[in-house]
Design a protein. Structure first.
Length: 557
């Protein structure tokens, strides 16, 4: 009877943690919609809706295709729902619905990511319980439920959080393979390792912890040979991993040369800064991505936990920490340091942080009763997670505000005539959603550029610079200068630059008609992911009213 009560208490605690994780991740899931460019890279996943027209070929292999196919399956269920509700709708009409109103499709992809992000908390609990005990597992899952960077990216339909889910599923069965040494867990580990690799290629690094587990499993054999390393368990792991990868990314084989070409490009792409060089990843991710992504206290506890685990049980340390170590080495070698690249490391650090909390509480509560030990343990855990939880709260609150690009677009659509000639200076990510009924010219407006070059020839205009910051959307009449020019301003150095030629043109021929200010640009407390066109600060949240850049509408004199 006592055992049943304990189980109920533990279940209640876990359910509470999972509920908190779900609320944190599902909050403000409709961020930015119907603007489709508020979160870069989502369009690469959601665009799989058009894949039936390409016979399910993903088009590009910058991502493997598993996550896209899962999203496509959900779209299939959505199609059946629409079919039943509307009685009849053709596939062509269904895709046309996506083109006219893609918001439901984005919400489906985002909901899937939020679900997998929440379930990762449960998998962290299972891994910690298998390696250590239930108390460590509860603290690990608590840390994971409110780990800021993971919560942040669980809101978007991109592949990093889903890959992390599959990585942790593979790690669960890797740990079981270490504990039980049976073929079943090797096979399950291989399946999930293949699914992780088929979500993002970094999942292939799971081979490293599997090799370590297998070495530990055969280390006590008297007749140890090289051939023992490739016994049937390891062979089945490799075979099932390859099979699961090809199941999720079949065109890696069917379009092999395109796959290899894109894979080599992506591998080289990691070595270069994405628009701006912020330093090599080894230092940047440690002191920026992970420090602020976990909160200083959780980050510090996780590093101490690695030391404690290495000293107390080097075997478990090698099993648990080998993947994040090799992933960190691989990820950090280049100058492409997007914050989301750190996400797969976060669950492991949450576990090692829990290991440190248990170690510390045992020292502090030595000689006290078990109840006192528990009070100290959970009090420490709450104190450790507070900075991260605070950032989660501020981020979710800000994410729920209407995006400044939508606010500006509503004003434009209500106050400017649809036949107005308008162009937006800057990148596509910062533009407001303009008149949907006017056909946009998605090309360089050569007449306007040539006029600018002529008028500013004496000022040393750089034509290459103008091409780089070319017009994204252009609405114009004849060859005249546009009636309105829209510019953006934000702390994002790369994405919010306006060429001097445009600034001079505004000074000479335009006046400010309307401004939409969302953030105080010069506030140094706000730190952004400078390589990502995401207009919400990663750190700070000071002097900011809503997501998005400041937008200014100028009218011709």
């Amino acid at each position: 009877m006592v055992k049943i009560k304990n189980i109920r208490k533990i279940d209640l605690a876990l359910i509470t943690i999972l509920a908190a994780a779900g609320i944190a991740r599902y909050w403000a899931l409709n961020f930015g919609l119907p603007d489709l460019w508020c979160r870069p890279d989502e369009n690469q996943i959601v665009g799989i809706i058009t894949s039936p027209l390409r016979f399910f070929h993903p088009g590009r292999f910058n991502y493997p295709s598993l996550y896209k196919y899962i999203v496509l399956c959900l779209y299939g269920l959505y199609y059946l729902f629409v079919l039943i509700a509307d009685r009849y709708i053709s596939m062509a009409d269904f895709i046309k619905r996506f083109l006219l109103d893609p918001a439901p499709f984005y919400l489906i992809a985002r909901s899937l990511t939020a679900f997998l992000g929440t379930m990762t908390v449960f998998i962290v609990y299972k891994i910690s319980k298998s390696l250590f005990d239930r108390r460590t597992a509860l603290i690990s899952s608590l840390f994971m439920s409110l780990a800021y960077l993971h919560v942040r990216d669980s809101h978007f339909g991109v592949a990093d959080v889903p890959m992390t889910f599959f990585i942790m599923c593979a790690m669960l069965f890797l740990v079981n393979s270490y504990n039980r040494k049976d073929l079943k867990n090797y096979i399950l580990a291989g399946i999930f390792a293949g699914l992780a690799t088929s979500t993002k290629y970094a999942g292939i690094l799971l081979v490293v912890p599997m090799c370590i587990v297998h070495i530990l499993n055969i280390a006590n054999k008297k007749d140890l040979k090289v051939t023992a390393f490739l016994d049937r368990r390891m062979l089945f792991f490799l075979i099932t991993m390859a099979g699961a990868f090809l199941l999720g990314t079949p065109f890696a084989l069917l379009d092999f040369y395109k796959f290899v070409s894109d894979l080599l490009f992506e591998s080289g792409y990691l070595n270069y800064g994405h628009g701006i060089v912020l330093g090599r990843g080894w230092a940047y991710h440690l002191w920026f991505s992970l420090f602020f992504g976990l909160g200083g206290s959780l980050w510090f506890a996780s590093l101490l936990g690695i030391v404690v685990l290495a000293k107390t049980d080097v075997r478990k340390a090698s099993v648990l920490c080998s993947f994040p170590l090799v992933y960190y080495i691989f990820m950090g070698k280049g100058y492409n340091v997007l914050l989301r690249y750190s996400i797969p490391i976060i669950p492991f650090l949450c576990i090692t942080a829990a290991v440190f909390i248990i170690f510390l509480s045992n020292r502090l509560a030595a000689g006290f009763k078990h109840r006192t030990n528990s009070i100290i343990t959970y009090s420490l855990a709450i104190l450790i997670i507070l900075p991260s939880a605070y950032n989660v709260m501020r981020f979710d609150r800000l994410l729920g505000e209407k995006d400044n690009r939508l606010v500006a677009a509503e004003w434009i659509n209500e106050n400017l005539a649809e036949d107005s000639s308008i162009y937006v200076a800057g990148f596509i990510y910062g533009k407001p959603r303009l008149f949907p009924t006017v056909e946009a010219l998605e090309r360089e407006d050569r007449e306007i550029i040539e006029k600018i070059l002529t008028e500013n020839k004496e000022r040393g205009t750089d034509e290459k610079n103008i091409k780089r910051f070319r017009l994204i959307k252009s609405y114009r009449e004849g060859n005249a200068l546009p009636q309105y020019i829209i510019t953006e301003e934000s702390p994002l150095i790369v994405y919010s630059q306006i060429p001097e030629t445009i600034k001079n043109l505004l000074k000479d021929s335009y006046h400010l008609k309307k401004s939409f200010e969302a953030i105080k640009v010069n506030n140094k407390e706000n730190l952004f992911d400078q390589q990502d066109a995401f207009y919400i600060p990663f750190v700070g949240f000071q002097d900011i009213q809503r997501p998005g850049p400041n937008l200014y509408i100028y009218e011709k004199n």
